[in-house]
Write a protein that binds this ligand. Structure first.
Ligand code: SF4
Ligand code: SF4
Length: 437
């Protein structure tokens, strides 16, 4: 149930002008064309894991989800009711992760996820956003990150991880706000909050690779939840804060942690959201998977052959790293270095299914957990069929969802990031080995 603050944020009377404004300004002409040309052929239905996992209920088919929400908004020129907006909120957030798989199967290339974005913005304009997600967005407003961490909290966490890890890798530091280096590292706020070891791991890898890098004290949050909550103004501010920090530090590139949402936001949607009409970020963006691949291929990071993974391993293609980020082959090259027994899911690469936790679903919290587990059934089946014991997951969101699926469906697997595996099996050159006591 929404809390008092959230209910207050909900507009008591529909503002038709406001809705029309969202519908017209956000790519209105293209959306209207898509709505008109949809032949209702249903070819997109079987591509959507929500439809498959929910007994092929037609209400979960991509075309229906759009027709019953955004389609109605346009048809009625914004003159919709509050109960309609509340019902749309359910369809737009709890039945779609904006994974874009359905667009690959539509003969007209209709971009369902782009239309879901518009629908979410309309709902958000009237305060209809799932409660937990709305709270996370509020956190961004006050602190610039979804976990409401202060600048001091963040710096202290980095210092703590530096202290903890300096014993393992001689000379390891987590440099803060160092100007004119190659990379500014950006991360998901869940890392300093729940998984601080991720910060230690990236510091180990970048130290061993002798990289020129810095952690920024601000503008470090790259997972842009306002983007998935329909709050495009705030989403633009968040991403611009990051670009600005990179410009202030005069770094060459922004390096994005193992996170799909972050990559989509920072590289592909962020520029439009923050006012770069050509869609090109003002600074080059690199995903961690790309950098790890470069290190392995160039030999800057070497794998200890005796530690290479022997158990069966599979790879989760995060939608926003593989299908929407184009990095599926890079992920396979990395797997070749890490694992002897690599097993593909089916389907895979750009056709892989969403894990069911994307598009803001995980931050929608416990209220939506049961639905999230039902829709995650397709991913659970994919994983089980591989026989893998280890699932390598270069995305925080997928990582959390696959952990939950492991419990729910008793998969008997462990999910790990590429960082974690690299830290376990990379060779540590002598100069980085701690001195003997
Ligand atoms: S974008 Fe993904 S989740 Fe949404 S309707 Fe299409 S296939 Fe389903
Ligand atoms: S495949 Fe395309 S044209 Fe056919 S129902 Fe789906 S969105 Fe409409």
């Amino acid at each position: 149930m929404p809390d008092e603050k959230q209910l207050k944020a909900r507009i008591k009377k529909v503002n038709i002008k406001k809705i029309k404004n969202v519908l017209e300004t956000l790519d209105g002409a293209r959306i209207k064309t898509w709505l008109n040309i949809c032949a209702k052929c249903g070819l997109c239905a079987e591509s959507c894991f929500f439809y498959l996992a929910n007994d092929k209920n037609p209400e979960f088919s991509p075309a229906y989800k759009i027709k019953s929400t955004v389609g109605e908004m346009y048809k009625k020129k914004g003159d919709v009711s509050l109960p309609f907006l509340e019902a749309s909120m359910e369809a737009l957030w709890a039945r779609c992760t904006m994974c874009k798989r359905c667009s690959q199967f539509c003969p007209f290339g209709i971009d369902i996820a782009a239309m879901i974005t518009i629908g979410r913005s309309v709902c958000q304009s009237h305060g209809f956003v799932p409660e937990f997600l709305a709270k996370a967005v509020e956190n961004y407003r006050v602190s610039g990150n979804q976990m409401a961490l202060t600048k001091d909290d963040f710096i202290e966490t980095c210092e703590w991880m530096e202290e903890e890890t300096a014993d393992e890798i001689k000379g390891l530091t987590i440099p803060m706000d160092v100007p004119e280096v190659k990379f500014m590292y950006t991360l998901n706020a869940r890392e300093p909050m729940y998984y601080p070891q991720d910060i230690a791991q990236i510091a180990q890898i970048l130290t061993v690779a002798e990289e020129s890098w810095t952690m920024p004290s601000e503008g470090w949050e790259c997972t842009n939840l306002p983007m998935f909550a329909g709050d495009r103004t705030l989403a633009g501010i968040i991403v611009e804060n990051m670009y600005q920090k990179a410009r202030d530090l005069k770094v060459d590139k922004i390096l994005v942690t193992e996170c799909g949402h972050a990559y989509r936001s920072t590289k592909y949607e962020g520029p439009y959201l923050s006012g770069y009409p050509d869609g090109i970020p003002p600074i080059e963006i690199i995903h961690s998977v790309e950098l790890f691949c470069e290190y392995l291929e160039s030999g800057r990071i070497k794998i200890d052959p005796s530690k290479k993974l022997k158990e069966p391993v599979t790879y989760q293609d995060p939608c926003n790293v593989s299908r929407n980020g184009g990095l599926w082959d890079i992920g396979r090259i990395v797997m070749g270095y890490l694992a002897d027994d690599f097993r593909e899911m089916s389907p895979n690469k750009d056709y892989n299914h969403c894990c069911g936790g994307g598009g803001g679903y995980i931050p929608m919290g416990p209220e939506y957990r049961v639905k999230r587990m039902v829709s995650g059934k397709i991913k659970a089946e994919q994983i089980r069929k591989t026989g893998a014991k280890l699932v390598i997951v270069p995305c925080h969101n997928c990582f959390d969802q696959i952990n939950d699926l492991n419990e729910e469906y008793d998969l008997g697997i462990k999910s790990v990031s590429i960082k974690e595996v690299l830290c376990e099996i990379m060779m540590i050159p002598d100069k980085f080995k701690p001195d003997e006591e």
